[in-house]
Design a binder for this molecule. Structure first.
Ligand code: C5P
Length: 232
């Protein structure tokens, strides 16, 4: 499994995103595009970034009836993204339909990973708002197993959970982990964080890093530091 640093491009516009990418000159990057940028700029932002030679994790977290998700995934597959995601809460039938939609006529497809319970959902809110009467760790691991059973490639999780996910679902099941901070850096609004070196040790396959790179005085140096700690 290829270890890689994915930069979260949490910018509001194409102009801001391209100005950021220009700093990296000829480097080939792996970039996460989320709802804000995609909804602001549309699929052209994906085409333009792909044309610059970068890889894209399109973080749109699909969740709908299986047929709708299948058709939407088919569109994303034609956009030539490298990784996309959905909510495991949409059921195994939805995840299987998503994979079908994503698979191109030649059999290739982007990686598909699942969101289990969002890290913004606490035990209390899950129990009271969603009426899920189980410990949250058990729910996360059950959703991970559902994703694996449905044929998905992995899940998004905290780096703190990556070891357990690999123990439960196998070492080839991909863990994509946000919540990464440098040892001497600002945590911002993230609570449970790990350094890139710790994330590597615990077995994360991809780390998603936003502000430690995008808000750094020297984003290229911050990215290189992540790569040196995580990939080398
Ligand atoms: O700036 P920062 O490194 O905190 O960015 C992390 C990125 O990962 C953001 O795009 C955030 O929305 C995303 N993310 C997260 N925690 C999750 C899922 C996604 O921080 N559980």
């Amino acid at each position: 499994m290829g270890k890689d640093v994915i930069i979260a491009c949490d910018f509001a516009s194409k102009a801001d995103t391209l100005a950021f990418l220009d700093k990296f000159e000829n480097k080939s990057l792996y970039l996460k595009i989320g709802m804000e940028l995609f909804y602001a700029e549309g699929p052209d932002i994906v085409r333009e970034i792909k044309a610059r030679g970068h890889k894209i994790f399109l973080d749109l977290k699909l969740h709908d009836i299986p047929n709708t998700v299948k058709k939407a995934m088919n569109v994303l597959s034609r956009l030539d993204v490298d990784m996309c995601n959905l909510h495991a809460a949409g059921t195994c039938a939805m995840m299987e339909a998503a994979l079908e939609g994503l698979t191109r006529p030649d059999g290739t497809r982007p990686l598909l990973i699942a969101v289990t319970q969002l890290t913004s959902t606490s035990q209390e809110r899950m129990t009271e708002d969603l009426l899920i009467d189980q410990p949250i760790d058990k729910v996360v691991m059950h959703y991970a197993q559902n994703a694996k059973k449905s044929g998905l490639d992995g899940i998004v999780c905290s780096p703190l959970e990556a070891g357990k996910v690999h123990d439960t679902c196998g070492k080839d099941f991909i863990t994509v982990t946000p919540g990464v901070r440098f040892a001497d850096g600002d945590k911002g609004d993230q609570v449970r964080v790990m350094t890139p070196a710790e994330a590597k040790k615990i077995g994360s396959d991809y780390i998603v890093v936003g502000r430690p790179i995008t808000a750094a005085a020297d984003p290229v140096a911050a990215y290189d530091r992540c790569v040196a700690e995580f990939c080398d």
